[in-house]
Design a protein. Structure first.
Length: 421
């Protein structure tokens, strides 16, 4: 609906118009300004999840570049700038959720609220353009540094710089064109002001389409070089993960284009706008991940504090388990020792013959010490230990224990291997 000349009307008539619905409802539908149906919970969850994921990725990259590589490149500043405008775009979405709501039909929105909605749309569009431009230029600049030998001017070098130039020119033109679509500038969000506006439908459609093409070219550009490298399996998995996230970025750009076309061809601006905003949010998040994922694995190398932290956790856990196991073993040995017969002090010449395989105990009179030989069974295999002659008062006994570590094929009845009976 046109609001031109609104401020020329008497205050009473202005109030009537501003309190009415921003779009005529369908037949049989009544406007609901108090509690309209919306998808605020779903939208809040998507916004929060993408912000958390992107922020963690940026923090990990910043940590790695600062404390592992000890070197900050120009693209690191670009990713921080892109992340900052990504958060600013998210703020616009949160503010709309807290106001009229997300996925609210325009006939459930009063005219007076459209001024803020249109202002948020304009600001969010600018934030998105700056963010995605910084991220794309940063990705291309990093690929130049990684895949192009210093001083080389091969096809990849030229392709990257051409794409950088195209993206700078395109997003600069899109921002300037969008902000000059109405004269005066404030008429972009305050339609009651006198002035004129151009039809932005063609501009916004072209912007979304070119954005998709540039994203696709950036994804395809390094594939020949990457897959021709001789990489280890782990590095190939890392490359595949980056490629997968890059595909997700392209998919988000495709859905963003479709949502933009629906938004531009619909009078229900407040409803169609929200799908486009969420796809823009997802696209920026994926672009940040493409930027940050290749750096993150280096954080877990042996020289970093993160690796030492997780190693200390593993060591602490292993130590507690070892002490628990030793405690159980000691308790078991004490229990077993308590079950053994007590040596009878009234029969000094009596010894016990212990067989582990048969678990029997027999007593017999001991032969003279000079001729004493004890036979002990370990795993059912007899072993002889020679007792040297007694050379003085007292008793000395030497026992030789031989452990056979060969694994037997048969299992005992309790399910353990034969050598562990």
């Amino acid at each position: 609906m046109s609001l031109e000349g609104l401020y020329d009307l008497p205050p009473e008539q202005q109030e009537v118009i501003l309190s009415g619905p921003a779009l005529m409802p369908p037949n049989g539908t009544l406007p609901n300004f108090e509690n309209p149906s919306n998808q605020n919970d779903m939208s809040t969850a998507v916004l929060t999840a993408t912000i958390v994921i992107a922020t963690v990725a940026v923090i990990l990259r910043a940590y790695c570049k600062t404390f592992v590589y000890h070197k900050v490149e120009p693209e690191d500043c670009l990713v921080l700038l892109g992340w900052a405008f990504f958060v600013a775009f998210s703020y616009c979405c949160y503010r709309m959720i807290g106001g009229t709501g997300f996925f609210v039909h325009q006939w459930n929105v009063p005219v007076r609220d459209m001024t803020e909605i249109l202002w948020l749309i304009n600001m969010g569009t600018n934030f998105y353009a700056v963010s995605i431009a910084c991220l794309k230029i940063g990705i291309l600049h990093e690929w130049l540094r990684i895949f192009t030998p210093r001083g080389s001017r091969n096809w990849f070098w030229w392709s990257c710089w051409i794409l950088i130039g195209v993206n700078v020119a395109f997003y600069t033109a899109a921002i300037i064109g969008g902000n000059l679509s109405c004269i005066p500038h404030q008429k972009i969000w305050d339609m009651a002001l006198p002035g004129h506006c151009i039809n932005r439908r063609a501009l916004d459609t072209a912007t979304a389409a070119i954005n998709l093409l540039s994203t696709l070219f950036i994804l395809i550009l390094p594939q020949k070089i990457i897959w021709s490298l001789k990489l280890s399996t782990n590095k190939k998995i890392g490359v595949a993960s980056v490629f997968t996230v890059g595909l997700l970025t392209v998919i988000c750009a495709v859905f963003r284009l479709a949502a933009t076309i629906e938004y531009l061809n619909s009078d229900d601006v407040t409803y169609r706008l929200c799908a486009m905003a969420l796809w823009c949010q997802a696209e920026m998040c994926c672009a940040i991940l493409v930027f940050c994922i290749p750096t993150i694995p280096k954080i877990f190398s042996e020289k970093t504090a993160v690796h030492r932290f997780f190693s200390s956790l593993r060591s602490s856990s292993s130590g507690r388990w070892s002490r628990h196991r030793d405690h159980q073993s000691g308790s078991t040995w004490e229990h077993t020792k308590s079950q053994l017969p007590t040596h009878n002090s009234s029969k000094p010449d009596t010894y016990r013959h212990v067989s582990d395989s048969a678990a029997t105990r027999d007593s017999a009179e001991a032969p003279p010490l000079q001729q004493f030989t004890s036979t002990e069974h370990l795993n059912g295999v007899p072993r002889l230990a020679y007792q040297p002659p007694q050379t003085g008062s007292g008793i000395m006994r030497t026992t030789e224990v031989l452990v056979d570590g060969r694994r037997e094929d048969s299992l005992s009845m309790d399910g353990r291997y034969g050598w562990a009976k």
